[in-house]
Every structure is written in structure tokens, then in C-alpha cells.
Design a protein around this ligand. Structure first.
Ligand code: HEC
Length: 157
């Protein structure tokens, strides 16, 4: 039965997401897949954040609806890259190009803390955007930007 099969697939997918820490390895067949996954997530993140900043600076026309869409996208996407940081995929450990430094795996608690801070600040930005108050939005953008830089300075080549 087709319907039953769809349900089963959905249930399996839900179970996998729920136990992401354990299943991350099985989600990706090869190291390349995991690296591609996290880099793709960051590419999407950069695009959302870049457009938000451009609108704030007046480099592109300010559009409240678009701003909300971008900020919501960013808040969602801020949860994405982390699953792709599976073991043994640091720069120097794999053939494929990656800028992920070994420190990520040496100091996992700190990396996790920074990733959580980013997620928190992205969520705060989405809320600030809803107010339409440019001062508040600018401040929240600054908060997000700090978390990008803070992590890149320590963990990205
Ligand atoms: C907690 C750490 C962390 C945070 C927060 C973070 N990044 Fe990164 N970012 C990384 C790491 C590590 C890489 C390298 C990934 C790789 O090459 O495997 C990376 C890579 C990237 C890349 C390159 C992707 C590619 O195609 O190679 C871009 C663009 C990027 N980040 C943008 C951002 C932006 C914009 C923010 C904030 C809005 C951000 N990052 C927040 C750790 C972080």
C-alpha cells in the first residue's frame, strides 16, 4: 500500500532526526556528503544574512515582507550546518576541500556553545525584524554578525 509506505518512510525520517547525534554518520554515506551538507547550509545562511544587511544599508530597497522572510529563513537555517560536522572530517583528514579546523572536534563544547549562541541570536533577529524598528534590527544584525565572526576566527581556516 502506497500510503502505508509513505507513512513508514516519514516515521523513519522522524526517528532519524530525533536521534541526530547517533544517526549523523548513517545519514551521510561518505565524508564528502557531510562536508557538502554543512557548506551548502552556510552558503544559504550567507545569502539570507547578506540580503538582510544589504537592505539595512540601503544597497537594495528595504522591503519589510522580504526582511521577515529572510530573517525567518536564517533562524531556521541556523540549525542546519551542525549535523554535517561528523567525526574525522576536519581539514587535513579528508581529501575534499574543507575549512573546518580540527579544533572543532578538540573543543566540541565550545563549538556547540557558539553554534547555540548563533541560533539564539538568529531567532532574536527574526523577532526584531517583526517590530520594524530599524535600530533594533541593526542591533540584532550586529549580534548575529558577531557570532559568525567569533566562530570563524577560531574554527574556520
Ligand atoms: C559555530 C561556528 C560557526 C558559526 C556560528 C558560523 N559559521 Fe560559517 N563556517 C563555520 C565553519 C567551521 C565553516 C567551514 C565549513 C567547511 O568548510 O567544512 C564555515 C563556513 C562558512 C562559509 C563557507 C561555505 C563554503 O561553501 O565553503 C560561509 C559562507 C559561512 N560559513 C558563513 C557564515 C555566516 C554568514 C554566519 C553567520 C550568519 C556563519 N557562517 C556562522 C563555522 C561557523
Amino acid at each position: 500500500m502506497k500510503f502505508a509506505k509513505v507513512l513508514t518512510t516519514a516515521a523513519v525520517a522522524a526517528a532519524l532526526t530525533a536521534t541526530s547525534a547517533v544517526s549523523a554518520k548513517e545519514l551521510f554515506e561518505k565524508a564528502d556528503d557531510a562536508i557538502n551538507y554543512r557548506q551548502s547550509a552556510f552558503t544559504l545562511i550567507r545569502f539570507q544574512f547578506g540580503d538582510i544587511r544589504a537592505m539595512l544599508k540601503g544597497e537594495s530597497p528595504y522591503d519589510q515582507q522580504k526582511m521577515e522572510m529572510r530573517a525567518d529563513n536564517l533562524a531556521h537555517l541556523s540549525k542546519f550546518p551542525w549535523e554535517g560536522f561528523i567525526a574525522n572530517t576536519a581539514k587535513g583528514e579528508v581529501k575534499v576541500k574543507t575549512a573546518a579546523l580540527p579544533g572543532i572536534w578538540k573543543d566540541q563544547a565550545d563549538f556547540k556553545k557558539l553554534s547555540k549562541q548563533f541560533q539564539k541570536n538568529a531567532k532574536a533577529l527574526a523577532a526584531a525584524v517583526r517590530t520594524g524598528d530599524k535600530g533594533a534590527i541593526k542591533k540584532a544584525v550586529g549580534g548575529v554578525g558577531k557570532t559568525c565572526k567569533g566562530c570563524h576566527d577560531n574554527y574556520k581556516d
